[in-house]
Design a binder for this molecule. Structure first.
Ligand code: ADP
Ligand code: MG
Length: 448
């Protein structure tokens, strides 16, 4: 198992150079067979993987071995399923749950992309519901078309559908591919005059998952073949799920016959997550990846959710992993200062002038009070309310801990927690309060 963890480390390092999707798709299914010696031998689940990785990633892999492990050996890739007696390799590929079938162009499903590991929120509610309804057979959505910006969970949901079908209906033939891989498969099949087996492969399935389908656009022969495949599967009532970075009508150079087919089923989008969703996703990620040796406090998670520049879940999780790795290496606590220092390029430019003081001033002014009233022990109704609102706003905007906020008001550490909870509860029903908070939030936007 030692080699397995070396490979996982290499993948971790490669995350700096490649997208997570590339790593999941192409490199996770590989493994190290022998590390000592020249060449280093890696195993791939099938020929297509071997060629693809050799053509696209071998130089980078070699460089990473050299720079991080000091290994200058050449690297050879062999196909693992040819070597059926090799128990070690078999166990490893079972562990990773790589679907190795005899079809060369199938891509593996990522075992970790499950419904259980997916956080549902307003940004992805419909997409999630549509995917789950496929499983329960409660829908006739065909095709199901999921679209949205990169990093928002489309691939995750698609794999979740595949994984769930695989578990519930073991006899189902599932084919997961990407637009890019479909193009390659088609072009290769043409070149080798193997179009028949290509057709055979794509038609002989029950569930067709095609991720990032936009990649077929602009390639007329491929689109024609895709149209044929689609129509045949559709006519025989096979479920089709597609994802894309945009709606069918916005894909440039997509055959109109395809966009009309793609729009004919159910289209759902995924949008950028709210701060609360980001927090929940980060928490889930920490749990799944077991990033627990270094403690992520709720304050840090909230800080990350509030301050990271990108709304892409992929990048948010990347930053979380980065901070975890750096803290583990130096064995440091993950504090806001630590995160600030190490995530500089990933953080939003902080509004320099928005501070607890400016929030206090704004709130006091709104209620025609003085800042000193808010900080005083006076418990008259208006002052107490204004004080609680100020605590709530500082918490919303400044990512300070409750203890820190309480101390601004010279209060016991749990005071801010109670005040913020009270306002949060109250906001659910009290529209006047909601209006006040919105006015104050708007005013804060004007501070420069
Ligand atoms: P897309 O295909 O839309 O570009 P991915 O599905 O590859 O995005 O998601 C990027 C990363 O973010 C993956 O690691 C995925 O597991 C994670 N992710 C995205 N959305 C969620 C979510 N709602 N809950 C948990 N993880 C998520
Ligand atoms: Mg994707």
């Amino acid at each position: 198992m030692k080699d397995n963890s070396t490979w996982l480390n290499i993948l971790e390092i490669l995350k700096n150079e490649l997208t997570e999707a590339e790593i999941n798709q192409w490199l996770s299914p590989l493994n190290i067979k022998t590390l000592n010696g020249n060449p280093i031998i890696l195993t791939a689940p099938n020929k297509f993987f071997k060629t693809w990785v050799e053509d696209n990633y071998l130089t980078l892999i070699k460089k990473t071995f050299k720079e991080n492990l000091g290994l200058k050996s050449d690297i050879d890739i062999i196909i693992s399923i040819e070597n059926k007696d090799d128990q070690t390799i078999r166990t490893v590929s079972v562990e990773r749950n790589v679907t190795t079938t005899d079809t060369t162009f199938d891509l593996p499903l990522n075992k970790r992309f499950t419904f259980d590991n997916f956080v549902v929120g307003t940004s992805n509610r419909y997409a999630h519901a549509a995917c789950s309804s496929l499983i329960s057979g409660k829908t006739t959505a065909n095709p199901l078309y999921i679209y949205g910006d990169v990093g928002l969970g489309k691939t995750h949901l698609m794999h979740a559908v595949g994984n769930e079908f695989k578990e519930r209906f073991p006899k189902y033939r599932i084919l997961y591919t990407t637009g890019e891989s479909f193009v390659n498969d088609f072009v290769t099949s043409m070149r080798l005059s193997k179009l028949d087996s290509f057709k055979q492969r794509y038609l002989n399935i029950d569930l067709f998952l095609c991720d990032d389908v936009q990649f077929i656009a602009g390639k007329s022969r491929t689109m024609e073949e895709f149209f044929f495949t689609f129509s045949q599967l559709y006519a025989t009532q096979k479920q089709i799920v597609l994802t894309s970075n945009t709606s069918p009508n916005n894909i440039k150079e997509l055959d109109p016959r395809l966009s009309s087919r793609f729009t004919s089923g159910l289209m759902v989008d995924v949008s950028t997550p709210s701060v609360e969703e980001k927090e929940a996703i980060i928490k889930k990620y920490i749990e799944i990846e077991d990033l627990t040796t270094q403690r992520f406090s709720d304050d840090i998670i909230r800080y990350l959710a509030n301050n990271l520049k990108s709304d892409s879940t992929r990048e948010i999780l990347g930053a979380t992993l980065r901070i975890f790795t750096l803290a583990s290496i130096d064995n440091e606590d993950i504090t806001i200062q630590f995160a600030e220092k190490h995530l500089k390029d990933f953080l939003m430019k902080r509004d320099k002038t928005l501070s607890p003081d400016s929030i206090l001033e704004l709130t006091a002014k709104y209620y025609q009070l003085k800042v000193s009233d808010l900080k005083s022990k006076n418990r008259s109704k208006t002052i107490a309310l204004a004080r609680s609102i100020a605590m709530y706003l500082i918490r919303e905007k400044m990512s300070l801990s409750y203890t820190e906020i309480s101390s601004i008001f010279s209060r016991d550490h749990s005071t801010a927690l109670h005040a913020v909870n009270k306002i949060t509860d109250e906001l659910l029903t009290n529209h006047e309060l909601e209006g006040t908070i919105n006015v104050l939030l708007d005013k804060m936007k004007l501070i420069h």
